[in-house]
Design a protein around this ligand. Structure first.
Ligand code: EPZ
Length: 422
């Protein structure tokens, strides 16, 4: 397994291009199952998760061609050969469950393996199931697979999600595009990735309103056509790299960055003493001098502070002046980066869903272990500002969500290299 070695150094300077959003692409790709005509996505990120989704769609009989070094995914689901999403693919990536809604809508049946838990939590699918059952689906769990059927097709329904789940919202919106009648989804998630999905579905002929608000209304249609759609900028990659100059000092421009994608996050950076300025090409982030100030963080559904930036923000708070309290309200076990940061000298106390961080002057490099995608990148960020060398092991987690991370950070002056384990 590869490792990444980071050597702490001074201020960073330069530009980082921000890629298309992994979590938008992972819901846009299953949308190809809704139409017999080709769907082409441009600005797709080059990540192992995208390869896994490609593998899954191909296992269902879809044709998926990656062009221009993976940045274009041309897909056609003209001839599906099966509606069974196998466990050995689904267990690698929870987002595989996003084929459930489209397959039910298109073929009126599907067998989708339950993804199983992952490092950050149990990650059940009860919200997906209840919502699709409200639309007339019959779903039962057998041998670890959800066996779903909707004889005669799904029907529009009025349904309120108990929690504004991103995945459940995406599955319902995609399923409802071909249902008979109108679906009104209340307490829908408002994430930009859902807005991007709706923009793409609308290009395919779907009748949808309310994306980005808590109530989304979908008028079912008989069929959808193909489309070409650019994947929206990745707000989590954006926020992650905004923290590099925040942690090390210096000034970095994030190309393609949009302030509307990271509103709550920027408010916290501002309170911590980091400047964020909109430029013609994106966002410029700078920390001129002095230590970062400690701030408190509570993770919430969009437009609140994103849970996917909690680990990275904790890395910044480890060397902030003062004490910060980070409350993780979305996942039940998302502080695994804390013990690894403590190996680097961070002072963190974790009690249930709350972590209290007392800032120290300097972290010290150390061998650390990546446990999940966002925890791994928070260790890289900590290593950028630590004294000495940090070795981050199990970086396959990193490659799921960050393309060419060493190259992007080296281009702004970081001392970072990947070591291929024999
Ligand atoms: C999406 O996961 C993202 N993944 C996650 O990003 C992100 O952390 C999460 O949304 C929250 O923003 C993709 O988009 C591919 P949820 P999802 O359904 O849809 C519970 C990353 O690092 N829940 O909003 O799975 C669930 O257990 C990943 O890129 C149920 O209880 O998230 C969790 O505690 C990590 N029952 C909470 O809701 C359900 O049926 C949020 O889950 C569904 C979810």
């Amino acid at each position: 397994m590869d490792s990444i070695i980071v050597t702490g150094n001074g201020p960073l300077k330069g530009q980082i291009p921000i890629a298309g959003a992994k979590n938008a692409c992972l819901t846009l790709m299953p949308a190809t199952l809704l139409s017999e005509e080709p769907l082409t996505l441009t600005n797709a990120p080059r990540l192992s998760d995208i390869k896994t989704m490609t593998e899954l769609l191909q296992s269902l009989g879809a044709e998926v061609t990656s062009m221009q070094d993976g940045q274009v995914q041309a897909m056609s689901s003209h001839n599906l050969s099966t509606t069974r999403a196998e466990y050995d693919i689904v267990r690698k990536m929870r987002a595989s469950n996003l084929v459930l809604g489209p397959l039910l809508a298109r073929e009126h049946h599907a067998e989708v393996s339950l993804p199983g838990g992952c490092a950050i939590g149990a990650r059940p699918m009860d919200l997906h199931i209840t919502a699709l059952e409200a639309m007339g689906a019959e779903i039962e769990l057998k041998d670890g697979y959800l066996h779903a059927k909707a004889p005669g097709g799904l029907k529009g329904a009025v349904h309120e999600l108990r929690f504004a789940s991103v995945g459940a919202t995406e599955n319902v919106v995609m399923a409802a595009t071909l249902a008979k009648g109108t679906t009104v989804l209340k307490n829908a998630a408002r994430e930009p990735e859902i807005v991007d999905l709706v923009h793409c579905l609308r290009k395919m002929g779907a009748q949808i309103e309310g994306e980005g608000t808590s109530t989304i209304t979908i008028q079912g249609v008989d069929r959808l056509s193909g489309a070409t759609h650019p994947v929206v900028t990745d707000r989590i990659e954006l926020g992650t790299y905004m923290l590099a100059p925040a942690i090390c000092g210096g000034e970095v421009e994030l190309l393609g960055g949009r302030i509307d994608l990271v509103g709550a996050f920027c408010e916290k950076l501002d309170a911590a003493g980091i400047s964020v300025e909109e430029t013609d090409s994106g966002l410029k982030v700078a920390r001129k001098n002095g230590r970062v100030r400690a701030v408190d963080v509570v993770t919430e559904p969009f437009p609140g502070f994103p849970t996917d930036l909690q680990a990275q923000m904790m890395a910044l708070m480890c060397t902030a002046e003062g004490t910060s309290v980070l409350e993780e309200r979305i996942f039940e076990n998302r502080f695994m980066h804390a013990p690894e940061l403590m190996r680097m000298g961070a002072e963190i106390e974790v009690h249930g869903g709350t972590a209290t961080v007392t800032g120290v002057e300097k972290l010290k490099g150390a061998p650390v272990m990546a446990t999940d995608l966002r925890a791994s990148v928070s260790l890289i960020l900590a290593g950028l500002a630590a004294e000495g060398e940090t070795i981050v092991n199990r970086v396959y987690h990193l490659d799921r969500g960050y393309e060419r991370v060493e190259e992007k950070l080296r281009n702004i002056g970081a001392r970072i290299e990947r070591v291929n384990a024999e």
